[in-house]
Design a protein around this ligand. Sequence first.
Ligand SMILES: *[C@@H]1O[C@H](CO)[C@@H](O)[C@H](O)[C@H]1NC(C)=O
Ligand SMILES: *[C@@H]1O[C@H](CO)[C@@H](O)[C@H](O)[C@H]1NC(C)=O
Ligand SMILES: *[C@@H]1O[C@H](CO)[C@@H](O)[C@H](O)[C@H]1NC(C)=O
Length: 264
Amino acid sequence: MPRLSSLAPARRRQVVAAIGSFSNLLMIYVSLGIELAKLVQEHYMNRRLSRQPIDTYMQRHYDRQRHLRNSTRMTDIDTFDQVRMNRTLFRKFCELLVSEGGLKRTRNVDIDEMVYIFLRTISQNEKNRTLRLNLRRSGETISRTIHRVLRAVIRLNNLLMKKPLPIPDTCTNSRWKHFKKCLGALDGTHIDVRPLKEDRTRYRDRKGDLSINVLGVCTPNLEFIYCLSGWEGSAHDGRVLRDALTRENGLTVAEGCYYLCDAG
Ligand SMILES: *[C@@H]1O[C@H](CO)[C@@H](O)[C@H](O)[C@H]1NC(C)=O
Ligand SMILES: *[C@@H]1O[C@H](CO)[C@@H](O)[C@H](O)[C@H]1NC(C)=O
Ligand SMILES: *[C@@H]1O[C@H](CO)[C@@H](O)[C@H](O)[C@H]1NC(C)=O
């Protein structure tokens, strides 16, 4: 074959143009091939889905991974909608739970999935049953996983809970400058629970719902300082607060300081 440089200029242009159109054609064929492969795959996928039930171990694993990928790895918006934090934060939280909380993966469930189950449950009030279907897990596994992650989160309490610092005399923030020496704000909230039948009356709150009374204390930056949960919904806020102040490792108020409190 003659070298390109040894050809006459007109001939050279022709050769270059020919190569150009050949590669264009090749690209078209390749993308056609890819489209075709996608169609074939989709066809087989649909046939497989409509033929159900194939519920092998691998199939469940595959479904689960797909669900987890859609929910925690695709976009920040989707991840936030599912677990109330973006992907970066989700990753960090997983790492923190492993390194500081001592969370270990089990033979079947990896860390991402554990944390996902936990966050979905507490942030979306998700039912055992819905997650069971989404993740192709048994109710027992879901339940055990939540408790496992919860124990790790509790071990992080020194990291996650802030130490209260009083508002300094030099504070210029328009909202907080009038509250010198204030440590934060506290309020109670009710969280729905499903207690056993014989315990129901104790958990019924003023509105008639079944709940527990949770006391939360935050810094001015909305970081949690203290949280006391477990009191039945029928318990009065004042009683919960008194318990928080008197119990061992309870809420402490430094000399001369105070917390803002909703009088309701
Ligand atoms: C994941 O998302 C894709 C589209 O983004 C969707 O087709 C698929 O059904 C989703 N899978 C699961 C398990 O949610
Ligand atoms: C993720 O969330 C954290 C905390 O809310 C925020 O600091 C960070 O900028 C967010 N990252 C992205 C990529 O949005
Ligand atoms: C979740 O469901 C399973 C049965 O599917 C049950 O044994 C388990 O106790 C449930 N867990 C909770 C916390 O309700």
